[in-house]
Design a protein around this ligand. Structure first.
Ligand SMILES: *[C@@H]1O[C@H](CO)[C@@H](O)[C@H](O)[C@H]1NC(C)=O
Ligand SMILES: *[C@@H]1O[C@H](CO)[C@@H](O)[C@H](O)[C@H]1NC(C)=O
Ligand SMILES: *[C@@H]1O[C@H](CO)[C@@H](O)[C@H](O)[C@H]1NC(C)=O
Ligand SMILES: *[C@@H]1O[C@H](CO)[C@@H](O)[C@H](O)[C@H]1NC(C)=O
Ligand SMILES: *[C@@H]1O[C@H](CO)[C@@H](O)[C@H](O)[C@H]1NC(C)=O
Ligand SMILES: *[C@@H]1O[C@H](CO)[C@@H](O)[C@H](O)[C@H]1NC(C)=O
Length: 405
């Protein structure tokens, strides 16, 4: 069997029927959402693929197939705004990878572990809520390392399906979009006592070191175009405000470690680009984009930035949104909120963020944005870890062309 062994609930044919209608509704809605922004769409004859890695910000429902994971949100009100059904996304609606796919002209994806999702020519989403860069921080969700291992399985399958040459080209043109590290840092700061500056530095280096190793693994599989979403404003989420009992201020220790990580991420991305032939990347400043909305909600058309739509406590930051056993509050209009729950933006917020990811300028995304990263020409190299063995060839970029209107 190609897919990892997981416990899967056999669905009745009725459920399958609803699921089909549900997927159809999503496809139609995404198609409509694309026509809303015709000038942002990438038109390409040969479609690109997108492979997504990460934590709860990016999980489209993989954890629904990971029985050991405590981080599952397969219950209402999750999904209420868009899907009208809990999909396993930590959001009331669509998450950034959903929008990134739609903007790139790709169909809606299901989760990699969804048994019905077996055509990977458009890419796939491996993300898992609770996922960490360090496997020992949380081995119950799907750690980053295992997500990358799944990519290797997919790459082998693509080679079988398409042949070496076509699979190689698909993998080289593809975007590898990741959001990882936030859970490592939150667990570290919340559980550690007496954390000194040098311990924090060591920890960031270990996390960055492990992420770097996995990026190199993806590169060795054939990946060339990396979209790094940096770690968010961990100390400013309703959840952190709740746990650290801050009022309007953010939890400083979390903000510091996130900032340290993000600075290191910039350095390592640039370093990889100088070391690895053909390596292209972008860094999306999710930290500042989200923090600005949290601190200045009205500037962006929101009413509330420091209290979640769903949850309990002063900031609705106790993570019990949707709980059957403890009381929680749910806002009437998530569009007025930056955060849907303790740690995750609303769909309304994601709709603003995708504009920045896709077409933002260098104050929020650098050195290129997603639209530009997709368009970048790729010099393909066969890299076997030995620089003497490099073979360079040029792939024409004309079939990855955009229409600007
Ligand atoms: C996979 O999807 C692509 C694009 O939608 C399609 O062209 C191809 O025929 C599909 N392959 C299989 C094996 O279903
Ligand atoms: C993670 O879990 C897997 C399967 O449960 C196990 O084989 C592996 O040893 C664990 N790794 C760590 C570092 O705990
Ligand atoms: C924290 O560090 C201080 C100074 O190094 C030390 O005196 C104290 O015992 C430590 N506390 C804990 C809980 O480790
Ligand atoms: C990866 O993390 C482990 C701890 O899980 C650490 O011992 C190791 O040094 C890290 N690797 C790098 C390259 O930083
Ligand atoms: C939280 O802080 C407020 C004042 O800032 C204080 O009244 C309250 O007791 C604190 N709650 C906890 C659980 O520490
Ligand atoms: C994309 O961004 C550029 C520069 O930031 C701006 O001039 C252009 O209008 C934007 N395009 C769209 C379709 O929003």
């Amino acid at each position: 069997m190609f897919k990892p062994t997981v416990t899967i609930t056999i669905m009745s044919s009725l459920e399958n029927h609803f699921r089909f209608l549900f997927v159809l509704a999503i496809l139609i809605a995404l198609a409509n959402s694309q026509t809303d922004k015709p000038n942002l769409r990438v038109q390409s004859n040969k479609k690109i693929a997108m492979f997504v890695f990460g934590d709860s910000l990016f999980d489209p429902g993989n954890n629904d197939y990971v029985p050991s994971s405590g981080a599952r949100v397969n219950f209402p009100p999750y999904g209420e705004t868009f899907f009208h059904y809990p999909t396993g996304r930590d959001c009331d609606g669509r998450i950034l990878p959903d929008f990134a796919a739609a903007y790139a002209g790709l169909p809606y994806w299901r989760a990699y572990l969804d048994p019905d999702d077996d055509n990977f020519t458009v890419g796939v989403n491996f993300a898992s809520a609770g996922a960490c860069a360090l496997i020992e921080t949380n081995n119950n969700s799907i750690p980053f390392e295992i997500q990358v291992k799944y990519l290797k399985d997919v790459a082998n399958l693509l080679k079988d399906q398409l042949g070496e040459t076509e699979a190689k080209e698909l993998l080289e043109r593809a975007i590898y979009y990741s959001s990882i590290g936030g859970v490592d840092y939150t667990s570290f700061i919340i559980t550690a006592t007496n954390v000194t500056e040098s311990l924090v530095e060591d920890y960031v280096n270990i996390v960055i070191g492990n992420i770097t190793n996995q990026i190199k693994e993806i590169y060795n599989v054939g990946g060339r175009k990396f979209a790094f979403q940096n770690v968010g404003p961990l100390g400013c989420t309703p959840g952190s405000k709740e746990s650290f009992n801050t009022t309007t201020d953010c939890a400083e220790a979390l903000q510091n470690i996130a900032t340290m990580h993000n600075n290191a991420l910039n350095v390592v991305a640039e370093k990889l680009a100088s070391e690895l032939p053909g390596f292209k990347y972008l860094v999306f400043d999710f930290f500042n984009a989200l923090m600005d909305r949290t601190q200045n909600p009205t500037k962006y058309g929101f009413k509330v930035g420091d209290v979640a739509c769903c949850g309990s406590g002063a900031h609705r930051g106790d993570s019990n949104c949707g709980s059957l056993t403890t009381a929680y509050e749910l806002c009437s209009d998530p569009n007025e909120y930056v955060y849907f729950d303790a740690g995750h933006p609303t769909e309304a917020c994601n709709i603003q963020l995708i504009e920045l990811l896709w077409n933002g300028s260098t104050d929020v995304i650098w050195p290129v944005n997603m639209r530009e990263l997709i368009e970048l020409e790729i010099e393909t190299e066969t890299y076997s870890g030995n620089d003497d063995l490099l073979i360079t060839e040029q792939v024409p970029a004309d079939d990855v062309s955009k229409t600007q209107q």
